[in-house]
Design a protein around this ligand. Sequence first.
Ligand code: SF4
Length: 242
Amino acid sequence: MIEGRIHSIETFGTLDGPGIRYVVFFQGCPMRCKYCHNPDTWTMQGGTMMTADEIIAGYKKKEIYYKNGGITATGGEPLLQLDFLIELFQKAKAAGIHTCLDTSGITFSKDKEEEYLQLSKVTDYVLLDIKHVRSNDHFELTGKDNKAVFEFLSFLDRQQVPVRIRHVIVPSITLDKDSLIELGKALSQYKNIKELELLPYHTMGVAKYQELGIPYCLKGIKEPSNEEILEARKLVLEGFRQ
Ligand code: SF4
């Protein structure tokens, strides 16, 4: 039986997929988003080794809460532990549990299409984080370009897996008229997008950087206002309609 390296589990998640969710944070992420509020999930060294059965057993203990929810795999980057994620979701589906994957899609590769096909058959919903629509800006923000992200979105579209797009609004980085319109235009090509969620950048993770001794690159950038988020949404939708 495969074991997964798990950072932590939240038993009452309300933000990461439909309903109330059992949220499993995977350890390890290849990205280095400047605004990441979970830098403690980056390394593959920490966490606890767990089997899929142990995770499902934890879910079952509080099953009554999750009637309209299910299990969400987040991180870190769950796709880094692809074989374990497939096993977890296969077992969840066999037990009648709704499955949701929260990912940046960055590890998607055609070489592993067979595994991704298996995963898509047992994934009910995907929360796909698009960090920046422009590849060079994506690289600047995260340390990786966004080619794999859009390839993963196309793959999910072909497999008819419904997706909620998540995009963090950071003043002076993603809060930019042209790139928001461009994002809307890019998204309009996909039929599987069900929701768009624009998340305000926040500074709640800064203390973790201090604890870990990692420099925080976005010092001085303010959190966006509600009005700015609404305006950003309008711009993405404007691009979508063009
Ligand atoms: S993809 Fe997520 S976990 Fe990884 S660095 Fe970015 S925000 Fe953090």
